[in-house]
Design a binder for this molecule. Sequence first.
Ligand code: HGY
Ligand code: MN
Ligand code: MN
Ligand code: MN
Length: 408
Amino acid sequence: MTADDPTWAVFKQQFDLITEISAAKTGQNRLVYSQNWVDAQTALIKFGQQAGLTVTVDDYGNVYLDFPGQDDQIIATGSHMDTVVDGGRFDGLYGVLGGLQAIINLRNQFGRPQHTLRLISFSEEEGSRFPTTFSGSKYYVHGQIVKNLTDQNGNRFDQARKAATSQLLALPQVIHERPKLPSAFTELHIEQGPRLENEHRQVGLVSGIVGQRRWQIQVQGVANHAGTTPMTQRHDGLLTAVDLIKHLHAIASELSPDLTFTVGQLNVLPNTPNVIPGKVAFSVDVRHPNNAILDAFETALNRSLTLFSASQLTCQAHRWVKDLPAKFSRQILDQNVKLTRQLGYSSIMMPSGAGHDSYVMNQAVPTAMIFVPSVKGISHAPAEFTHLEDLKTGILVLTASLQHLAYS
Ligand code: HGY
Ligand code: MN
Ligand code: MN
Ligand code: MN
């Protein structure tokens, strides 16, 4: 993709504009319903209107850009607009702007489609601000609403949602509704792992998504004086949390080498050098293609809570994600294998270790995903990178896939 290539200059310009809006601290920060998030969704709405697409926004701030077809069937593509804290530039945004570019490519080449082409920018997928994931796609697919959640600064989900979404609804020519579901959904996304690069393949055609579970674990010990409390009379929340994390990590490794185990968040209270930690909270994220392995881990985790509790020290767990392994539409997957081969790209069929909005769309609509390589497999970090040529490949495969679905 060269800058002077007209159909790509638009994508590059849009991508640079939104990544500039979202650049804060050391990485990309578009936490759901933050001002960066509002500004990014606003920019996307303007891109859609410049491209002559109709704009719909629902109560959760999902943005839908439609290129009307001859009948009322809808073929959709899209991804999420939110990011993790200090994230990379491509996770989510590539699927949103790449999907828009694919629709613009089809409009320029073939004009009006048989079925309406829809680009969706989901409001929230990551779960990086409020303890909920996929709130945008769950609202679109199931009408599911989020109740009584606050972020780490005590902001309430519903207030943040209304304040942010009202700014989008105030924009000119924006339809306010939760539109009907499409008859197919395809998400373009970076792989976020090293496989395509290691195997020198240009495209990943995704067979499904591994199962995932997430807990908030709380260890409640007794805060006390660091200097005067004898070592034999302590109920140290942090030392217990460290031992529990090592114990759970050992269980995960024994259960399966493919079971990913991550403690990404650790809060120590009162987090002061001369106070023995009383309360410690940490996250546990585990993933595996086989649900029985995840069940076995969960049984062992629950047993560990009792094992590590003692007099004056309790260990509790609250599970807030339980996603079963998912298989995507075999029909669209096989079609994409054929199209990718016809376009002359090398590809592999592979499962996704990362969660995606496609997980929720797949619960109601035939769904597919297309991956492009991540350099060194890095993601959820500022160093996340995908080469321009690979970005273009993904958009061209998506364009061919949507053409097959929407123009016949
Ligand atoms: O955590 C995930 O797998 C996704 O990137 N939200
Ligand atoms: Mn993503
Ligand atoms: Mn992500
Ligand atoms: Mn058709």
